[in-house]
Write a protein that binds this ligand. Structure first.
Ligand code: HEC
Length: 163
């Protein structure tokens, strides 16, 4: 009997530790939210906004005239997992615009900045805001690495007929 009590006290103690570490996790999540809001505010404070490039770290994307098949293949996998729920490969809208022709509508820099800095771009880019008015849904940040973004861009080029 004594042993049983000991075990249940121990269990309570463990539970308490657990819930306090959950709180820590929540705090971390809050910090992340604050950081991304700050980023959006910085974007708004920038007076020299270039609508062809968008807002973000990409100022020049190197593109060869021919398709980089390995990148396009990697980009296709990302598309299937993270983008296909909202984007078709035709010109038809699903939740977001269809991707047919997207590499003609937007520059490589604009697309790569949009997909890696989505919140800030939707808050200030005229083309992104016009899309938001039609789609009525704000594209959520997809947490793509720079490499993911480049690969998805190559897949978009393939979808637009680059060989
Ligand atoms: C939950 C739905 C959703 C998901 C998932 C999503 N998007 Fe979007 N996307 C949108 C919406 C909606 C827009 C239009 C802009 C807006 O309203 O936010 C958009 C716009 C875009 C545009 C601009 C299109 C144009 O015609 O100029 C690009 C590029 C884009 N998304 C890329 C991506 C990539 C890459 C992924 C996957 C990694 C992705 N999106 C995942 C909803 C989504």
């Amino acid at each position: 009997m004594k042993k049983l009590m000991y075990v249940s006290v121990l269990a309570l103690f463990l539970f308490a530790c657990n819930s306090s570490s959950n709180n820590d996790n929540n705090n971390t999540a809050d910090d992340t939210t604050t950081a991304s809001t700050d980023q959006a505010a910085d974007a708004n404070a920038n007076p020299s906004y270039d609508p062809n490039r968008g807002e973000g770290k990409f100022t020049h994307v190197d593109i060869s005239p021919n398709l980089d098949k390995a990148k396009a293949e990697a980009g296709k996998k990302i598309y299937e997992v993270k983008c296909s729920a909202c984007h078709k490969l035709t010109d038809e809208r699903l939740v977001g615009p269809g991707w047919k022709g997207v590499t003609k509508r937007q520059t490589a820099e604009w697309i790569m900045n949009f997909v890696t800095n989505t919140d800030a771009m939707i808050s200030k880019d005229p083309k992104a805001q016009a899309m938001l008015e039609i789609c009525l849904v704000r594209m959520p940040n997809q947490n793509l690495s720079d490499e993911d973004a480049r690969n998805v861009y190559e897949f978009m080029r393939e979808n637009d007929g680059v060989k």
